[in-house]
Design a protein around this ligand. Structure first.
Ligand code: ADP
Ligand code: MG
Length: 693
C-alpha cells in the first residue's frame, strides 16, 4: 500500500482549491487527473515581466509592465466594439482594450484618476500603444506580489494560463516534505537541491537556463525518475533470479526431425540464440530472456524450437501474440512443422468459444495439447496447463516492463522468452530490459534482398499508381499505409477511406481496406483475402504493423511518411522483401518538408539496419517521440529526457545495483526513503516483490 505521506499527491485535482469539475476537466486534458500529474507538468518557457520601457519606446510583441493612471473609460456603443480604457504616465499614453467587457468590473479595476500597474503584450495600433486584455492589473502595493518571472505551461484548448498556474501552486502547497533517497555524497557532488526544493524551483524558473534539462533541479528530478525505474527493474531481476525454476532439458530428437524438414538452415545467430536459450532452460533458475532481432531476422523459428525443447522434456509451451491475426498466423507456421514431428498444437483466442473452447481447455489440462498459441485470452483464470514449461511472448512493442512486472507478481513460475523487433538503441536498453538476459539475432537469413526505398512528394501520386500497376502485373502485392496517429481521430480514418476510394477507381475490387475501427472478423477476412491473393492492394492504417506475413507483397507505399517514427517506418518496410523477388518501399510525403524531416526519411534510404535507424532517430528527435513511446514498450518518462539524461541513466543503474547489495530489503533509513520513491513513481508492483522476498 502507498505510504500515507504520499496520499496528498495522489488525490484528484478537483480536491485542490479553485479546481471545479469544469476547470478540472480541462486541466486533466493538459496534465492529468491527479495532483502528482500537476507536479510533473513542468513549465516549458517563462514570461519576463521585469521589462518596463518608456511607453513611447515600447516595442510591439513583447510582454511589458507599466505604471499608469487611468484617465477615461470609453464604453462601446455596440457590443461588437471593444471597451477601451485610456491611461497615461509621464512617458506617454496607453490604451487598454477589452472585448465582451463587464463595465462594473473594469470600473472597479481601473477607476479613473487612480494609479495601477498593468502588464501584458504590447501592440501598436494606428500609431498608438495598446494592450488587449492585460494579464495583470494591480495596485502599486499589490504589484509587489506580481510574479516578475512567470512560468509558461503547455495548455490545451479551452484552458487559460491562470487557472492552471493556480492549480499548480495549490498542488505545490499540498506537497508533503519527502525524505531524501539520494546518497548524500552523490547529491553534494552534483550540487542538487532536495526533492522538495527541486520540484518547487522547477516550477519557478529564474531564467531560461533553468528550463533546460541540465538545470540542477531538472537533473535531480530526472535522476529520481530514472532511479525509481532502474531500482524496479533491479528488484524484478533479483526476484526472477531467486525464484527457482525447473531444469528443462530435451533430448533433441524432435528438434532434429524439424530441422531436417526446414527448407533452410538456421543462420549462425539463430543457432547461437537457440543454444543460449536451451542452456538457460536447462538451468535450475528461471529463464527471463529477450530474443531481440530486426524484422525478418527469423525469431519465430528460434522460439518454436525452444518450445519443442520443452515438449521433448515432457512439458508444454505457449506462445502469446498481440493480435488474433498474428496468433492464427503463428499457428499456421508452427503447425506444418509440428505435425511432421507429431506435436499437437492449438490456438486459443478471444474468439474460441463455447464447446470448442471447453474441449480445448480439457485437452490442455490433460496434456494432449503440447503447444498452445493465442492472445492474452490464454491468461484467463480457467485456462490451466498440465505441465507448462515455457511461455513465449511475441511482444511487438505492446508488452512493457509494467506488464512484465505484473505477470511476475502473479507468480507464473515458468521460463519466459520475449521476442521483440523493437530496435531499441543501446542507451535505452536498460530502461526497459535491464531485468532480462538477451539473445540477439544480428544477421538476416541469406538471400534476402534489400528493399529499394524511394522518397517522393505526394504530388507524384500518378507515377506511384503506374509503378504499382507494373508491380501487380508481375505478380506482386501492395500494402498502402495511411497514417493513423490516434485511433480516435476520425480525420485520419477519413484519409484512409478516401485513399481506398481513389485506388478503387484504378484497381476496382482488387483493393481492400483495414483499420482499427473495423470489427476483428472483418479485419481478419480482409487480411486473409490479401494473404491468399484475392486482393492485390491492402489499404491500411498502421494496424498491419503487427500484421500478416505475405511473401508475395513486394511494394510498400507509406503516405505522409514524415508523420511516422523512423523505427515504425522500418518495421512497416519489413513487411515487404520477404521473398527472393525485388521489393520496394515508397515513402510519400506532404510538401513542404522540413529539413529535419527530410534528413530523417533519408536515413531510411541509406540503411536497413534497425538499430542504426533507431540511434539516428533518437539523435534527431529524442526518445519520447521514438516510435511513439506508448506502443514502444519503453517506459514513458515524465521528467527524464533521453538521451540528454543518458549519463544519469548509467549512474542510476549503478546506484540501483549498489542499493540492493547494501540494503537488500530496503529497510534502512535510505531504504525507507527509496520505497517512497518507488511509490512516488508508481512502481508499486516492484515493492510487492520486496515483500515476497
Ligand atoms: P521475424 O519474426 O524475426 O520478423 P520471422 O520469424 O517471421 O521473422 O521470419 C521471417 C521469414 O524468414 C519467415 O518466412 C521464415 O520462415 C524465414 N526464415 C527464418 N529463418 C530463416 C533462415 N535461416 N533462412 C531462410 N529463411 C528463414
Ligand atoms: Mg515475427
Amino acid at each position: 500500500m502507498r505510504p500515507e505521506i504520499l496520499f496528498p499527491v495522489f488525490t484528484p485535482i478537483t480536491s485542490l482549491k479553485g479546481v471545479g469539475p469544469r476547470i478540472g476537466g480541462l486541466i486533466e486534458n493538459a496534465a492529468g487527473s491527479r495532483t502528482i500529474d500537476l507536479l510533473w507538468h513542468l513549465p516549458n518557457a517563462i514570461i519576463d515581466r521585469k521589462f518596463s520601457p518608456k511607453l513611447l519606446d515600447a516595442p510591439a510583441g513583447v510582454i511589458a509592465t507599466f505604471t499608469v493612471r487611468a484617465t477615461k473609460h470609453e464604453v462601446p456603443r455596440h457590443n461588437r466594439q471593444p471597451y477601451k480604457i485610456y491611461c497615461e504616465n509621464d512617458d506617454g499614453v496607453l490604451t487598454l482594450v477589452f472585448f465582451h467587457a463587464q463595465k462594473d468590473y473594469l470600473e472597479k479595476q481601473l477607476p479613473p484618476g487612480e494609479v495601477r500597474v498593468v502588464s501584458g503584450r504590447v501592440e501598436h495600433y494606428h500609431g498608438q500603444i495598446q494592450i488587449t486584455h492585460p494579464d495583470h492589473i494591480t495596485t502599486i502595493e499589490e504589484s509587489q506580489d506580481l510574479p516578475l518571472l512567470e512560468p509558461v505551461y503547455r495548455l490545451t484548448t479551452g484552458l487559460t494560463p491562470k487557472p492552471l498556474s493556480k492549480a499548480i501552486a495549490a498542488a505545490l502547497a499540498h506537497t508533503p516534505k519527502l525524505p531524501e533517497w539520494i546518497d548524500s555524497a552523490f547529491l553534494k557532488k552534483n550540487r542538487w537541491p532536495s526533492w522538495n526544493e527541486a520540484i518547487r524551483s522547477a516550477h519557478a524558473p529564474s531564467s531560461t537556463r533553468s528550463l533546460e534539462p541540465s538545470a540542477p533541479a531538472r537533473q535531480r528530478l530526472a535522476y529520481d525518475e530514472l532511479l525509481a525505474n532502474q531500482l524496479a527493474i533491479a528488484l524484478l531481476r533479483r526476484h526472477i533470479r531467486q525464484t527457482t525454476g525447473r531444469s528443462i532439458t530435451g533430448n533433441n530428437q524432435l528438434r532434429q526431425k524439424i530441422l531436417s524438414q526446414l527448407p533452410f538452415s538456421l543462420t549462425e545467430s539463430q543457432t547461437r540464440a537457440l543454444d543460449e536459450i536451451i542452456k538457460n532452460m536447462s538451468a535450475e533458475t528461471r529463464m527471463l530472456r529477450l530474443l531481440h532481432g530486426d524484422v525478418g531476422s527469423g525469431k519465430t523459428v528460434v522460439a518454436f524450437l525452444a518450445m519443442v525443447n520443452a515438449v521433448e522434456a515432457g512439458g508444454q509451451a505457449s506462445l502469446m501474440a498481440p493480435t488474433e491475426v498474428l496468433a492464427r498466423q503463428h499457428l499456421a507456421t508452427i503447425q506444418t512443422l509440428a505435425q511432421s514431428a507429431g506435436i499437437s498444437c492449438a490456438a486459443l483466442t478471444g474468439r474460441t468459444k463455447g464447446k470448442a473452447r471447453a474441449n480445448l481447455l480439457a485437452d490442455l489440462k490433460a496434456g494432449q495439447i503440447s503447444i498452445l498459441v493465442g492472445t492474452h485470452a490464454m491468461f484467463q483464470s480457467d485456462v490451466s496447463f498440465a505441465n507448462l514449461a515455457l511461455t513465449v511472448i511475441d511482444e511487438q512493442h505492446k508488452f512493457g516492463v509494467h506488464q512484465r512486472l505484473n505477470l511476475q507478481a502473479k507468480g507464473h513460475g515458468v521460463d519466459l522468452l520475449v521476442m521483440t523487433a523493437t530496435p531499441i538503441p543501446r542507451t535505452l536498453m536498460m530502461t526497459s530490459y535491464g531485468d532480462m538476459d538477451v539473445s540477439r539475432l544480428t544477421e538476416k537469413p541469406a538471400g534476402r534482398q534489400l528493399v529499394n526505398t524511394v522518397v517522393l512528394p505526394i504530388e507524384r501520386f500518378g507515377d506511384v499508381v503506374i509503378a504499382i500497376k507494373r508491380g501487380i502485373t508481375s505478380g506482386g502485392r501492395v500494402y498502402w499505409v495511411c497514417p493513423l496517429v490516434d485511433e480516435s481521430r476520425s480525420v485520419d480514418l477519413a484519409a484512409a477511406e478516401e485513399r481506398f476510394a481513389t485506388l478503387e477507381t484504378y484497381f476496382g475490387s482488387r483493393v481492400g481496406l483495414v483499420h482499427g475501427r473495423l470489427n476483428e472478423a472483418k479485419r481478419d477476412s480482409t487480411m486473409s483475402d490479401f494473404a491468399n491473393g484475392q486482393l492485390d492492394i491492402l489499404v491500411a492504417t498502421t494496424v498491419i504493423e503487427v500484421g500478416v506475413d505475405v511473401p508475395e507483397a513486394t511494394i510498400m507505399v507509406i503516405e505522409q511518411a514524415e508523420r511516422f517514427g523512423l523505427a515504425q517506418l522500418h518495421q512497416l518496410r519489413g513487411r515487404v522483401g520477404r521473398s527472393d523477388k525485388p521489393s520496394s518501399c515508397l515513402l510519400l510525403y506532404a510538401t513542404p518538408l522540413t529539413k529535419t524531416a527530410r534528413a530523417r526519411l533519408n536515413i531510411l534510404r541509406e540503411t536497413d539496419d534497425g538499430f542504426q535507424i533507431a540511434e539516428e532517430d533518437l539523435r534527431l528527435r529524442g526518445a519520447g517521440e521514438l516510435l511513439g513511446t506508448r506502443q514502444s514498450g519503453l517506459p514513458n518518462f515524465h521528467l527524464a529526457e533521453l538521451p540528454i539524461h543518458g549519463e544519469l541513466l548509467a549512474a542510476a543503474e549503478d546506484d540501483a545495483k549498489l542499493i540492493l547489495t547494501q540494503d537488500e530489503a530496503l529497510e534502512g533509513q535510505r531504504g525507507e526513503a527509496l520505497r517512497t520513491l518507488l511509490y512516488l513513481f508508481e512502481r508499486d508492483a516492484a515493492i510487492s516483490l520486496l515483500r515476497s522476498g
